[in-house]
Design a protein around this ligand. Structure first.
Ligand code: HEM
Length: 582
C-alpha cells in the first residue's frame, strides 16, 4: 500500500492495491469524476491515478499537455491497448484502426495518406458534396422534423460515404458500423474494457470475444467489398472522384501501404471517424440554440445580412464571426470527447521533479481544459462573446479569421492531433449556417398541456465520443418563402446530380471523356502566412484551369496521355510571380 501511495510521488487519489481507483470511477460520465479529482489533486496541472495496474497521469492544464504531448511528442505519442479489440495498436501488424494504432510504421504511413486526403477535403470539388448533403438534410427536416437525430447522423454519414467511395447510399450501414466500433473501444462499452482479465477467458466461454470476432470480420469484409467495388467501377469508368479512386489511380503507386487489406482499412476508417465526431457538435448546436434564443437571433441576423437571403456558403465564412463564435462555444461548452484521447509514454521520463515510468497513459482531460475559469471565465455558461469581444482572455483578431475551431484542445495534441479539423469546421459552418438561415430552433410543446418539453443539457451517452440522448424539439421554418426556397433548392440540386450521373454514364457509352468542372476554391477562414511552406506550392494550370493535382501528378498523367496518343494537353505552371510552360 505504501509503495503505491508514495508521499513524494505525483499527487492523486489514494490507490488501493491492485484495484487502484477503478472501484469508485463511474463508467457513466467518467469525466466528471476525473474533474472532481482534478479540483482536489491537480494544482500542478496534473495528477496520478491507477486502474488495475495501469498507471495514468490525468492532465488538467493545457500548459502541461503542451509540455508532455507536444514538446515531448517524440516519445509520448504511443497509444494504450484497447483490450476488447484484436490488436488495437497494430503491434502484430493488423493495420486496421489508424487513430488507435501505436506509434509505429503502420501509423506513420497511414497518417501521411489520411493527411493528404483530408487536405484534399478542403479542395473545391469536395465542398459541393457538403452543400448537396446539407440541402438534402434541410429538405428532410422540413418533411419529417421528428426524425432529426437520425437524419442528422445520416447526413454526416452520406458526406463521408461520398467522399470515400462516391456512394451516399452506403450511409445507413456505415453509421451502424461506426457506432459498433465506437462502442467496442469505449470504457462504457463491453465490460472487458474495464475488467480486462475477463477478455482472456477461452473463446468457448467468452461471449465478448465471440461478439467482437463477428463485428470485426463483418466490418473488415465490408471495407474490402467497398474497395473491390470501387476498383470494378473504376475499370468501367464509372467511379467519380473520391478518396478510393485517388488511391487506386495515383497513391497506390507511390505509397508504402502494403496492399488491399491495409488500403481498405485506412480508407474505411476515415469514413467511420468522420461520422460520430461531427454528429456531436452538430447535435449540441441544436441544444445550445434552443437554450440561447438571443444568440440564435444574432446568428440569424448575421446570416441574413451577409448572405443577402440565401443559404450561407463557405466563402461567406470570413464575414460570419458570430456563427463561428457560436460553433466554437458549442464545442467548448459541450465537448464531445470530454475525457480526451490517451497517449502512452514510450520511455522513462522526469517532469517537474516527478518520475513518469515508460508505459504510463497520459489523459489530456478536455473537460478540465475547457472549464478553466482563468482562460474561460464563467465556464459553465454559453458565452460566445468570449470569442468576439476584446477584454476576454480568448479574444483574437482579425475577426475575419478568428474565432476558428482549428487548434482547439478538443482536437488533441502533438503528433496525434486530429486530422479532421478543416473538414469539421467546414461541415459545421455549412450545416449550422443552413439551420440558422431556414429555422427557428425551439422547444416543442406538449400537445395536451401546452407545456414546453425539456431539452436536457446534461444527458448523453458515456462513450469515448458522446452525443446527447434522444430528445424532442421543434424546427419552425422562419417563413413560408424560405421553406419553399429550401425545397426548391434541394429538388434542383437533386435533379442536377441525377443528370450529371446520367451524362457521365452516357459519355462512357459514347466513348467521350468525362471532365469534372471544379468550382472556385472558397477563401479559407484561415489565411496561409506567406512564410509558410504551403504558400510556396506552385499553382498548376492545365489548359488554363487550376487543378488540384501536384505538378508531378500532372506531368505523370501527361506522360500516360501521350502514351495513349491523345495529344493536345498543355501544362502551364505559375510559380508565385513568374510563369513557365512545360
Ligand atoms: C468534432 C470533431 C472532432 C473531434 C472533437 C476530434 C477529436 C480527435 C481527437 C481528440 C483525436 C486524438 C488526438 C490525440 O490523440 O491527441 C483525434 C484523432 C483523429 N481524428 Fe479527429 N476529431 C474530430 C473530427 C474528425 C474528423 C471529421 C475526421 C476525419 C474524417 C477525424 C480524423 C481523425 C484521425 C484520422 C485521427 C487519428 C490521428 C492519429 O492517431 O494520428 N477527426 N480526433
Amino acid at each position: 500500500f505504501r509503495e503505491i501511495n508514495d508521499p513524494n510521488g505525483i499527487p492523486g487519489p489514494t490507490q488501493i492495491p491492485y484495484l487502484g481507483r477503478v472501484h469508485d470511477l463511474p463508467i457513466q460520465f467518467m469525466w466528471l469524476k476525473f474533474k472532481e479529482w482534478a479540483d482536489k489533486y491537480g494544482q500542478q496541472g496534473f495528477y496520478r491515478t491507477t486502474m488495475l495496474g495501469a498507471e495514468f497521469i490525468v492532465v488538467t492544464d493545457e500548459k502541461v499537455a503542451e509540455d508532455l504531448l507536444v514538446k515531448r511528442a517524440k516519445y509520448n505519442s504511443d497509444r494504450p491497448v484497447i483490450q476488447s479489440l484484436f490488436d488495437s495498436k497494430s503491434a502484430y501488424g493488423s493495420m486496421e484502426y489508424l487513430p488507435l494504432m501505436g506509434h509505429n510504421q503502420y501509423w506513420a504511413r497511414q497518417r501521411k495518406l489520411s493527411h493528404s486526403y483530408l487536405a484534399e477535403a478542403t479542395k473545391a470539388h469536395y465542398y459541393s458534396v457538403m452543400y448537396f448533403e446539407v440541402q438534402r438534410w434541410m429538405a428532410r427536416l422540413l418533411e419529417n422534423p421528428e426524425d432529426f437525430q437520425h437524419s442528422l447522423e445520416d447526413m454526416s454519414s452520406k458526406i463521408m460515404c461520398q467522399l470515400t467511395w462516391d456512394d451516399p447510399s452506403l450511409s445507413e450501414y456505415c453509421t451502424k458500423s461506426a457506432w459498433g466500433l465506437l462502442t467496442q473501444m469505449s470504457p462504457a462499452g463491453p465490460i472487458t474494457n474495464v475488467l480486462t482479465p475477463l477478455w482472456h477467458l477461452p473463446t468457448l466461454i467468452n461471449p465478448w470475444k465471440r461478439a467482437e470476432r463477428k463485428r470485426h470480420d463483418e466490418q473488415q469484409a465490408w471495407w474490402m467489398e467497398r474497395l473491390l467495388t470501387c476498383r470494378e467501377k473504376l475499370a468501367h469508368g464509372e467511379l467519380r472522384p473520391c478518396w478510393t479512386r485517388q488511391f487506386l489511380e495515383k497513391t497506390s503507386l507511390k505509397t508504402s501501404i502494403s496492399g488491399d487489406y491495409e488500403a481498405s482499412s485506412v480508407i474505411g476508417m476515415l469514413a467511420l471517424v468522420g461520422i460520430f465526431t461531427v454528429v456531436g457538435p452538430m447535435s449540441y448546436w441544436l441544444v445550445s440554440m434552443v437554450h440561447n434564443p438571443k444568440w440564435q437571433e444574432a446568428v440569424q441576423r448575421e446570416v441574413d445580412q451577409v448572405c443577402g437571403g440565401r443559404m450561407p456558403r463557405l466563402e461567406d465564412a470570413p464575414r460570419l464571426p458570430i456563427l463561428r463564435a457560436c460553433i466554437k462555444e458549442v464545442m467548448r461548452w459541450k465537448p464531445n470527447v470530454p475525457t480526451g484521447v490517451a497517449h502512452e509514454t514510450e520511455a522513462d521520463d522526469h517532469y517537474q521533479g516527478f518520475f513518469i515510468p515508460k508505459g504510463t497513459r497520459i489523459l489530456p482531460l478536455d473537460w478540465s481544459f475547457l472549464r478553466n475559469p482563468v482562460k474561460y471565465p464563467d465556464p459553465d455558461n454559453f458565452r460566445p462573446e468570449r470569442w468576439l469581444e476584446p477584454g476576454w482572455p480568448t479574444y483574437q483578431e482579425p475577426l475575419t479569421q478568428y474565432p476558428t475551431i482549428k487548434g482547439l484542445s478538443s482536437f488533441g495534441w502533438g503528433q496525434r492531433q486530429c486530422l479532421g479539423m478543416s473538414l469539421t469546421q467546414d461541415e459545421l459552418i455549412v450545416g449550422c449556417g443552413a439551420l440558422a438561415w431556414l429555422f427557428n430552433l425551439k422547444h416543442k410543446r406538449d400537445p395536451v398541456t401546452g407545456q414546453e418539453l425539456p431539452v436536457p443539457l446534461d444527458q448523453s451517452n458515456s462513450l469515448l465520443i458522446i452525443k446527447p440522448d434522444p430528445f424532442q424539439m421543434e424546427f419552425e421554418p422562419r417563413s413560408e418563402k424560405k421553406k419553399m426556397e429550401a425545397l426548391r433548392i434541394w429538388k434542383e440540386s437533386e435533379a442536377k446530380d441525377r443528370a450529371k450521373r446520367e451524362q457521365w454514364l452516357r459519355n462512357l457509352g459514347e466513348g467521350k471523356p468525362n471532365v469534372i468542372k471544379e468550382p472556385k476554391v472558397p477563401q479559407s477562414t484561415v489565411k496561409i502566412p506567406s512564410h509558410s511552406p504551403a504558400a510556396a506550392v506552385p499553382v498548376v494550370l492545365v489548359n488554363g484551369h487550376e487543378t488540384n493535382e501536384s505538378l508531378e501528378e500532372v506531368v505523370m498523367e501527361k506522360a500516360v496521355v501521350d502514351l495513349r496518343k491523345e495529344a493536345g494537353i498543355r501544362i502551364k505552371i505559375a510559380r508565385l510571380d513568374s510563369t513557365a510552360s512545360v
